[in-house]
Design a protein around this ligand. Structure first.
Ligand code: C2O
Ligand code: CU
Ligand code: CU
Length: 521
């Protein structure tokens, strides 16, 4: 899909000046110089010896059972609580986990069948739960002030450090909330995570994240690898204190955000996949489906297999944030910014039995350059044939757009901003009409993975050119590089109300790089 020439010109250097956005580009050269290797953040080193790589077995999160089902819906209950986990050998780590586990249990939904999740929390702080990628009415979307928690946290404005935070009066902490997900959406890899006003970074870091998979008939008909050959992989970086606890540079006194030194983002030096450090998975010589999710706070990933099989193209992408692509795309490596997903197939029969295949992160170095490994076992022909066509993806035609809006993501005086302003709950900065196509333009000073709630979008172009190699299909998060413009076509549907757009670098998000838009009939 190529952007019309005029639009491309508009996003080029001259175009940005013409838009009067020159100021948005004043910062990046300086900020880039502050960053080693182009990493969006600052490394917090672990205070304990890092564990050996490729010894822990890859865990796979359990699939949550509904507490009941009726003709139209499945009902689940999830309680967030503190628990002790053995993430590193010889150390206990306190996690904040859904059902006490990190990652949380995997929820599986059928497209078109309602899923109702009652969320509760026994955590010391209130929590809001968002289903990322969900096509969800606003009252179930997990707005940062839709909090659940225990008695004693009824007023966030009364929390230390929150007194001068804007818009917090009226934040109600309920003992439980029912989130109703109509699931009127196609099969895709979604994830649920904490979305608490000002504290999403530390709370996701402690473990509040899980997979939510949506399945449908179209996908089932493809006969993709399943069961033990379908692996959801939640990749995060974390740092550990000497006693094995998660290390995160919180501000003293319970204030939201991190010290200035970490404002660009918090990076850890231990890579966890499904909660295990640099794990090992034993695989058959067969096709596997890897649902890759970067759930890191700030770290960007460039994932590739090492060694590459003869002929390359080992990572066969079949889906993106919003589900199946039209056709498979072969990659040698895949870039994933925080919150992005990539659904890939890997044919391990391309490797001789006994090969150890490492999943590496080419944007990391030393320990963070490694993610996990696969040990290829003996022959096992599964008879799977990669389909040439996967799905039909409706193109959102930018020529039919009724509106073009520009959102500038940049550093403000104190915090991060969208269009020059810090987040304030209840202040809407755009009012798109339901059912209409719009072109939204994101321009940045720095690395900002921009995420929209409610509906996915399609990338039309970036940096004045074509979409990037990882921009295919329906996306809900797009990795906007420093001093770049990315243009997307979006069409919000079904649900009127207020929704969020924000940077998914969680330190940026907590420090105000978020805004609300209101969809209208
Ligand atoms: Cu994954 Cu508004 O978040
Ligand atoms: Cu979201
Ligand atoms: Cu950002």
């Amino acid at each position: 899909m190529s952007a019309p020439l005029s639009r491309r010109r508009l996003l080029g250097a001259g175009g940005v000046a013409a838009l009067g956005l020159g100021a948005a580009f004043g910062l990046p050269p300086l900020m880039n110089r502050l960053l080693p290797g182009g990493e969006p953040g600052r490394l917090l080193r672990s205070a304990l010896p890092l564990p050996a790589r490729h010894t822990a077995e890859l865990p796979v999160p359990a699939v949550l059972e509904p507490v009941r089902s009726d003709a139209g819906a499945d009902y689940y209950e999830i309680t967030a609580r503190r628990a002790t986990a053995r993430l590193l050998p010889g150390h206990d780590t306190e996690v904040w986990g859904y059902q006490g586990t990190f990652p949380g249990p995997t929820v599986e939904s059928r497209s078109g069948r309602r899923t109702v999740i009652t969320h509760r929390s026994e955590l010391p702080r209130p929590t809001a739960v968002h289903l990322h990628g969900g096509h969800t009415p606003h009252d179930s979307d997990g707005h940062p002030l839709d909090l659940v928690g225990t008695a004693g946290h009824h007023d966030m404005a009364g929390m230390p450090g929150m007194a001068d935070a804007p818009g917090l009066d009226g934040a109600t902490v309920l003992p439980q909330r029912d989130h109703t997900y109509p699931m009127a959406q196609r099969a895709a890899t979604l994830w649920y995570h904490d979305h608490t006003m000002g504290f999403t970074g530390p709370q996701v870091y402690r473990g509040l994240a899980g997979f939510h998979l949506v399945r449908d008939e179209e996908e089932a008909a493809l006969g993709l690898p399943q069961g033990p050959r379908e692996l959801p992989l939640m990749i995060v970086d974390r740092s550990f204190a000497a006693d094995g606890s998660f290390a995160y540079p919180e501000l003293p006194g319970g204030a939201p955000g991190v010290p200035d030194a970490y404002m660009n983002g918090v990076l850890g030096d231990v890579m966890l996949v499904n909660g295990a450090p640099w794990p090992l998975a034993r695989v058959d010589r067969a096709w596997y489906r890897l649902r890759l999710l970067n759930a890191s706070n700030a770290r960007r990933l460039r994932l590739s297999l090492d060694p590459q099989p003869g002929g390359g193209g080992a990572l066969v992408q079949i889906g993106s944030d919003g589900g199946l692509l039209e056709r498979p795309l072969r990659h040698d490596s895949v870039d994933l910014a925080p919150a992005e997903r990539c659904d890939v197939l890997v044919d391990f029969s391309r490797y001789p039995a006994g090969t150890r295949v490492r999943l590496r992160n080419r944007l990391g170095d030393g320990p963070t350059g490694e993610v996990m490994a696969f040990e290829v076992g003996s022959a096992a022909d599964d008879g799977f044939r990669l389909p040439e066509k996967l799905s039909t993806v409706e193109r959102l035609d930018p020529a039919k757009a009724v509106n073009t809006r520009t959102f500038v993501f940049r550093k403000g005086e104190r915090y991060w901003t969208v269009n020059g302003r810090e987040y304030r709950p209840g202040r809407s900065i755009a009012a798109p009409r339901l059912g209409q196509i719009e072109v939204w333009r994101f321009v940045t000073d720095f690395h900002h993975p921009v995420h929209l709630h409610l509906d996915p979008f399609q990338v039309l172009g970036r940096a004045g050119g074509r979409p990037g190699a990882n921009d295919a299909g329906w996306k809900d998060t797009v990795d906007v590089l420093p001093a770049q413009g990315v243009e997307v076509a979006v069409r919000f549907t079904d649900y009127a109300g207020r929704f969020l757009l924000h940077c998914h670098n969680l330190e940026h998000e907590d420090m105000a790089m978020m805004a609300e838009f209101t969809t209208t009939e």
